[in-house]
Write a protein that binds this ligand. Structure first.
Ligand code: NDP
Length: 296
């Protein structure tokens, strides 16, 4: 029987585990605070921001929000960032991507105070992660690691093939799994759009992580027997549903399930973990800034 890895259940456990740390911080007068910054009115981004605020409320993290007009100058967004860097009630914040085309996201990230960079995207935090001294693990890769851990997958000595080399998923996950650490020690192959014979690379892997953004790119014929499959992809495809679309992953679930020993569904796999790990990083940020030791 193939195990369906339940991201909702794992995320819920992580949120429960965070409550004690949040209360410890609150008792010390330092309730963790997370801010979201949204530039423009992209509906998908609005939904993500709303979900992050709701998650905060559920666990007792103070949530803050800043809207910046989509037509505003980059300088106006930078001003909002300066304010958040200076706000002692905000321990962490994220600038929801994508930002409008006239704004350089890298320039935005460089202005975030690294100690409040709960996405883990600032160059200082990227450098620390690569050096094996991560302060904030980026939320999606960290969530993937937690899912593997909960599913009892020991990555030590395993061949892991990651499809996708983005700065937010593929690259940081490759670095984390490569670390000389209990939840690392894997032999990692990173694939991308120029990879030759992708199927050979995925078929030979013990663990396949798909973070591509191409609906159902990876089917059962590309999965080795007994492999563990983690599907990061979230793709909207037209469907005869009320909303007119449905969400599918980068993996063709049914055929991959036939081959895999364990697999994450979409939705309900990596997505809820990304959200839970943002809360985790916010609590960690509060603990670091307030100098209050908590059990994480
Ligand atoms: P990006 O678009 O930044 O990166 C996609 C990567 O996939 C690139 O490295 C690209 O290669 C590679 N790629 C594209 N087409 C192919 C192909 N045919 N064969 C092999 N590799 C290919 O995407 P993200 O990393 O931001 O996101 C990936 C997916 O994960 C998306 O569906 C996104 O929605 C989802 N996502 C889900 C999250 C969650 O919480 N569940 C969080 C973040 C993302 P190249 O570099 O050569 O262009």
């Amino acid at each position: 029987m193939t195990e369906i890895i339940d991201g909702n259940a794992v995320a819920s456990q992580i949120r429960d585990d965070l409550t004690a740390a949040i209360e410890t911080l609150a008792d010390a007068g330092a309730r963790p605070g997370l801010a979201t910054v949204l530039m423009g009115d992209d509906p998908a981004s609005q939904t993500y921001v709303n979900m992050k605020q709701r998650d905060c409320e559920e666990v007792g993290i103070e949530s803050h929000h800043v809207d910046v007009d989509g037509d505003a100058s980059p300088a106006e967004l930078y001003d909002a960032i300066v304010d958040l860097n200076d706000d002692p009630d905000v321990h962490g914040y994220i600038v929801q991507a994508p930002v409008p085309d006239h704004v350089d996201y890298r320039e935005v990230i460089r202005r975030v105070d690294p100690i409040k960079d709960v996405d883990g995207f600032h160059p200082e935090n990227v450098g620390r992660l690569v050096a094996g001294d991560a302060r904030f693990r980026p939320c999606t890769p960290h969530g993937v690691q937690k899912l593997l851990e909960t599913a009892g997958v020991d990555t030590e000595g395993k061949d892991v093939t990651i499809v996708g080399r983005s700065d937010i998923v593929g690259k940081p996950l490759a670095n984390l799994l490569l670390q000389k650490a209990e939840d690392g020690n894997a032999t990692v192959t990173v694939c991308h759009s120029r990879t030759d014979d992708l199927g050979a690379k995925t078929r030979s892997a013990d663990v396949v992580v798909a973070a591509v953004g191409v609906p159902e790119l990876i089917d059962g014929s590309m999965i080795g027997e007994g492999a563990v499959v983690i599907d990061v992809g979230v793709n909207r495809v037209d469907a005869d549903t009320e909303k007119g679309y449905e969400l599918v992953g980068d993996v063709e679930f049914e055929s991959a399930k036939e081959q895999a020993s364990a697999i994450t569904p979409v939705p309900g796999g990596v997505g809820p973990m990304t959200r839970a790990m943002l809360l985790y990083n916010t609590v960690k940020a509060a603990s670091l800034q307030e100098d209050v030791v908590v059990d994480l």
